[in-house]
Ligand binder design. Structure first.
Ligand SMILES: C[S@@+](CC[C@H](N)C(=O)[O-])C[C@H]1O[C@@H](n2cnc3c(N)ncnc32)[C@H](O)[C@@H]1O
Length: 384
């Protein structure tokens, strides 16, 4: 069957690679999504194992509509009884990029009407709408006059892993954190550290990746479990096979934060993720920290002065740059921020630069290499 994994801007290529490794075929990168083919087992695995997907959709119809009546008729012509019965509930979500259909809420309403009317005409009864955890989630995407109709196999977004029991003011989205780990060139072997760990998202995603732990292992519910043809035995098999691949990663994953409250919250989340003993976290300011022995990879998400105010953002990033230069020879550092003023003040040459979005904030994800000794002069040139 045809499937579509939705993701965040900039993570399409890593998601396509994850799908390749799962054994998906006909993989095609789209804007904030990757289309692929696979069977029911692969759909279950995609929900459980993909680190950079936020939702797995199953496209069921694709048609052209020139006006609302034609749209309504074509939605009503789909045999909805294949996917739900009159006693079950539904929810509709719509996204439009179209001059003809420019009101996504209205399109969602029209879709619901068409489905409900189909059942009412047949049974003189109608299924109810339920926004949270419906039996069937319907997704409509319209580009110009081209309509894609999909059903949702995921339910709550896949970034809701189930381990975030304690949060901080500006946590990073779990899918974005996993994407940053996969985009970085950390090889799972060497030391990885996040010196401004907040609630520990990057550390936890890194540890799950290194130990081959399926990111959604803790979730107890996915929308496909509501489907009529839900195959519980197959799901149990998929879960067991994924669990059988978990390894015991012996390499250090280390975190710090200047705020003791954040350190405690990170510890709570680590415990909830079942990763106690796999990540070490302590309270310390980055600039006062004694660097662990090189080599190592740093991944950090410092304050941007957006959600977390810093007194002097330029000075703060200058301190980050100076600390990296002075103490971290032999390390490479990846940093995500929306603060362009801040980035300018780091004062190190970037060897990679990518655009990612942290929620609505456009960010740069940059890499610095702090060479040791004779390599000092060999800083790479800016690629993007
Ligand atoms: C944007 S938050 C990190 C959020 C984290 N990625 C998460 O998912 O929860 C930035 C963190 O940097 C910490 N911080 C700020 N200045 C610091 C410093 N000089 N040394 C260490 N931590 C610092 C803050 O306490 C805050 O928790």
């Amino acid at each position: 069957m045809q499937l579509l994994a939705k993701t965040l801007h900039g993570l399409e290529a890593v998601l396509a690679e994850e799908l390749r490794q799962l054994g998906a075929t006909k993989i095609e990168e789209r804007k904030r999504a990757v289309a692929f083919e696979g069977d029911l087992q692969l759909m279950y695995r995609a929900n459980l194992e993909l680190r950079t997907a936020i939702r797995i959709l199953m496209p069921i119809a694709n048609f052209k509509a020139r006006n609302e009546d034609e749209f309504y008729d074509k939605i009503k012509a789909i045999d909805w009884e294949q996917y739900m019965n009159v006693k079950q509930t539904l929810a509709v979500d719509a996204v439009t990029a179209s001059k003809t259909f420019n009101h996504s809420k209205y399109i969602a309403l029209k879709t619901k009407d068409a489905i409900v009317d189909q059942f009412r005409e047949k049974y003189k009864k109608r299924p109810n709408v339920r926004v949270y955890n419906p039996h069937l989630g319907v997704y409509i995407y319209i580009h110009d006059e081209q309509v894609n109709v999909s059903i949702d196999s995921t339910g709550e977004s896949l970034h809701k892993r189930g381990y975030r029991v304690a949060s901080v003011d500006a946590p990073i989205n779990e899918v974005l954190a996993a994407g940053m780990i996969l985009l970085s060139d950390w090889d799972k072997e060497g030391l990885l550290m996040d010196p401004m760990c907040g609630s520990g998202t990057l550390l936890i995603e890194a540890a799950m990746y290194a130990n081959h732990i399926p990111p959604n292992r803790l979730r107890t519910h996915f929308a496909f479990m509501n489907w009529n043809e839900y195959d519980q035995d197959l799901w149990e098999k998929v879960k067991k096979q994924a669990d059988d691949h978990i390894v015991d990663h012996p390499h250090p994953i280390l975190g710090w934060d200047k705020n003791l409250g954040c350190v405690r919250k990170t510890e709570q989340n680590i415990e909830a993720a079942g990763l106690t003993g796999k990540i070490e976290v302590n309270r310390k300011r980055f600039e006062r920290l004694e660097a662990p022995p090189a080599p190592g990879t740093i991944i950090m998400n410092p304050p941007y002065d957006e959600r977390l105010a810093e007194d002097n953002i330029e000075e703060f990033y200058e301190i980050i740059g100076d600390t990296l230069k002075k103490k971290y020879a032999g390390f490479r550092a990846w940093l995500i921020t929306s603060s362009m003023d801040g980035i300018k003040k780091v004062g190190l040459r970037t060897s990679r630069k990518m655009t990612l979005f942290n929620g609505k904030l456009e960010c740069k994800f940059v890499k610095y290499e702090m060479y040791e000794g004779s390599k000092k002069q060999k800083n790479e040139v800016v690629l993007e």
